[in-house]
Design a protein around this ligand. Structure first.
Ligand SMILES: *Cc1c(COP(=O)(O)O)cnc(C)c1O
Length: 375
């Protein structure tokens, strides 16, 4: 049966994933997280962020992040308002002394480079660029911060985190916004691992979280003591001081922390990072195997080593990917559209720990079914 308009296609219900949210951020929020808002949230939402219940909640998030990532005891978990984009601004004021290097291989990594390039108090950054779908290689340079992106959410490429061998006091600052919780990393290779909670942790936007090594803390404090001007809301030393007291400089979104706390509990109760990695591995192996053997689909990232286990980008040949996404959407399966500025005939599918690997499998069946009815 060939339909007049494939947009009217109804997918067989046995084929439809149990949850249709495949967006790369905001991403799927599990039902139990919403229940936590209704139950635990009652004692927290609508109460002062300077009193014990909210401080305990922030402390619990800090403790659970320490456990999940096996952080050395001298690392600090720092919070601030504004999300990862705001952290770039904060880092330009409070983490980079004079000059940074940026490994740019997509939209998000390039945005941080733009921030430091336009900061009047910093020298022009060193920018190592590679085309979308590949990964750029860091190069040794006379810089005091190497800025990496663990997972380029715009392209579905993931870079290995390896500390450059020199200069010795340069910090390794990693945008882990979509990677955190879904891709492995080693604390010995990193000084700052920062992210927003609306991706791998299925919480809400508007908060940044930065895991900081002692060297990073030292840098933050030494810049704060210099005479560089910094807006207080972007001051990392102020954020650090507040985080040590389980607080934020100004009022945070309490529901974000309730959702995040519940997600961390879920991850840890199921086996922690190993379990999360197993899930993202299972989902992504399924997706990339399917695409590799498909007659019309192919992984956008050619080198399997750099294919993201959490954000899969699949090029489509011979069919309009936007029609596939539209049919999926009309069946309740949403946010499979590619990153808007990449401009490819592509599907982008998130496989964060919350996403059931079996749902990724069902999704590929749905795509096959739609394409069969388009031909
Ligand atoms: C989403 C994303 C950001 C931006 O996060 P916001 O919370 O919207 O500021 C930055 N970097 C990466 C890699 C992302 O995926």
């Amino acid at each position: 049966m060939v339909l007049q308009s494939p947009l009217q296609l109804t997918l067989p219900s046995s084929m439809v994933p149990t949850d249709g949210r495949f967006g790369s951020g905001p991403s799927k929020v599990r039902h139990e997280q919403l229940e936590a808002l209704m139950s635990a949230g009652k004692h927290v939402l609508g109460t002062s962020h300077r009193q014990a219940p909210v401080k305990q909640l922030l402390g619990s998030v800090q403790d659970q992040l320490r456990t999940l990532f096996s952080l050395p005891t001298d690392w600090e978990v720092v919070f601030g308002n504004g999300g990862a984009s705001m952290f770039w601004d904060a880092a330009s004021f409070g983490l980079i002394t004079a000059r940074s290097e940026h490994v740019v291989f997509g939209e998000f990594s390039s945005k941080f480079a733009d921030v430091t390039r336009s900061a009047p108090h910093l020298q022009d950054p060193v920018v190592i660029e590679a085309p979308p779908g590949t990964v750029a290689e860091p190069q040794l340079a006379d810089v005091d911060a190497y800025c990496f992106t663990h997972n380029e959410t715009s392209t579905g490429a993931s870079m290995p985190l390896v500390r450059p061998s020199s200069p010795g006091d340069a910090l390794v600052v990693v945008d882990a916004t979509s990677a955190a919780g879904g891709i492995a990393w080693d604390t010995s290779q990193v000084d700052v691992y920062y992210f927003s909670p609306q991706k791998g942790f299925g919480s809400e936007g508007g908060t940044w979280i930065a895991l900081c090594s002692p060297r990073a803390v030292e840098r933050i404090n030494s810049i704060a003591q210099s005479n560089r001007w910094c807006p207080t809301s972007l001051n990392l030393a102020v954020a650090l001081e507040n985080s040590r007291a389980q607080q934020t400089f100004n009022t945070p979104s309490l529901s974000t922390f309730v959702l995040l706390d519940n997600q961390l509990q879920w991850m840890l109760n199921n086996g922690g990072m190993d379990w999360c990695l197993q899930r993202t591995k299972e989902s992504s192996e399924y997706l990339y195997n399917w695409a590799t053997h498909s007659s019309f689909a192919a992984p956008f990232v050619h080198n399997p080593v750099f294919r993201s286990p959490v954000v899969g980008t699949i090029d489509v040949d011979g069919f309009d990917a936007s029609v596939i996404s539209a049919v999926l959407r009309s069946n309740g399966i949403v946010d499979t559209e590619p990153y808007r500025k990449l401009g490819r005939n592509q599907l982008r599918i998130s496989m964060f720990p919350s996403v059931e690997p079996s749902d990724v499998q069902l999704l590929t069946h749905c795509i096959d079914y739609i394409v069969e009815h388009m031909s």
